[in-house]
Design a protein around this ligand. Structure first.
Ligand code: AN7
Length: 357
């Protein structure tokens, strides 16, 4: 009989910090496909490259894995409202899970710097939304302050329940490959997801499922790359708004993950992120938001600057769905708007325009 995926808490109940008293709030998150990307493997000269397509989660990003945990725990503890700071995806996810739980969500976003699709999601799920005159880091300071002093439960990834839920991505990678990849590549903002995959792989080792950790490679946009510069960035700037974060919440956790896995951090330029965003759509068939292409853009940069990836099995987490920030798909490589031609209803004219005649 076909197996209906039950969401990460029920699927991994014994491996998560939950028990029979936990009220489970789920939208069926997790169980996302690991898609072979032969075009990308060829481009970077690797043996195999797979994309972990997190845009297939219920709200279209990896945040749902952590949010099912964070909201379930909040509700179990009696919370009536959750709060988060967000560059967009966390707010969309928090709003949806709060709606499912029948509680209020409050979201703080940087003014004018979140993608339209994500704002629409938060509105649709009836979040109380405030645009803050500041960047993500200011929003997070505010959210921490409010949750310390008022009856709202913080669901940003500084809440360990989030990391706990997100570690299930690594479990799924092992279950698909039946081994660990040699390298796992991710885009990095707060480095919560980077730290979460590391935690998942570590637990796979402790349980004897895998023998070695993959090298964890994390990539940031170069205008917003505190891990590369080794210090917080005051005014982070990138078109990849999801990862426009200058003072990562999981900085220390991620440094440990990088060192222990013999991994690395790198920075890529916005045009290279957009180039890879287009490549993944056009050559692999996976439509991601620009930020989500940052990991793959970093992998390409590594191969072009001398890393030999021959014989390697590589997993790249693509974190969010392209529909969230669709405007970028409607621009060509010069930044000009793409507009499909208008034609009459005449078959011969249509055939001519298509070059079929
Ligand atoms: C598509 O929603 O921080 O390194 O507030 O939306 O775990 O922060 C989003 C982050 C990568 C970076 N890709 O993950 C938020 C937020 C996408 C994202 C990241 C984010 P972390």
């Amino acid at each position: 009989m076909a197996h209906q995926w039950r969401g990460v808490i029920r699927e991994y109940f014994d491996r998560l910090d939950v028990d029979s008293n936990t009220t489970i709030i789920t939208l069926g998150e997790g169980g996302t496909p690991l898609v072979a990307a032969p075009a990308l493997a060829k481009l970077v000269g690797a043996d195999e490259v797979y994309l972990k397509v997190e845009g297939m989660n219920p709200t279209g990003s990896f945040k749902d894995r952590g949010m099912t945990m964070a909201v379930s725990k909040a509700v179990t503890q009696g919370a009536k409202a959750v709060i988060c700071a967000s560059t967009g995806n966390t707010s969309a996810s928090a709003a949806a899970y709060a709606a499912a739980a029948g509680i209020q969500s409050v979201v703080l976003v940087p003014e004018g710097k979140i993608a339209l699709g994500k704002l629409a999601q938060a509105v649709a799920h009836k979040a109380q939304i405030l645009q803050v005159q500041g960047n993500f880091d200011d929003c997070l300071d505010l959210a921490r302050d409010l949750s310390d002093n008022y009856a709202v439960h913080l669901v940003n990834s500084v809440n360990p329940d989030r990391i706990e839920g997100q570690k299930t991505g690594a479990f799924e990678v092992f279950e698909f490959l039946d081994r660990a990849p040699d390298i796992h590549v991710l885009p990095v903002g707060n480095a919560g997801n980077y730290s979460a995959y590391f935690k998942g792989y570590k637990e796979d080792i402790q349980a004897g499922r895998i023998k070695h950790l993959p090298q964890m490679w994390g990539y940031q946009a170069d205008g917003s790359a505190p891990f590369v510069y080794g210090t917080p960035v005051k005014n982070p700037d990138t078109i990849a708004t999801a990862i426009r974060i200058g003072n990562p919440a999981s900085y220390d956790l991620a440094l440990v993950a990088c060192e222990e896995s013999q991994g690395r951090f790198g920075a890529v330029k916005d045009p290279d992120i957009l180039w890879m965003h287009r490549f993944l759509s056009q050559e692999v068939g996976v439509f991601v938001e620009p930020s989500s292409a940052t990991g793959a853009a970093g992998l390409l940069q590594a191969s072009r600057t001398g890393d030999n990836l021959a014989g390697k099995t590589i997993v790249v987490t693509v974190t969010g769905n392209g529909l969230k920030d669709a405007a970028w798909a409607l621009k060509d490589e010069n930044g000009d708007e793409i507009k499909p031609q208008v034609v009459s209803k005449q078959a011969d004219e249509v055939a001519e325009r298509l070059g079929l005649a």
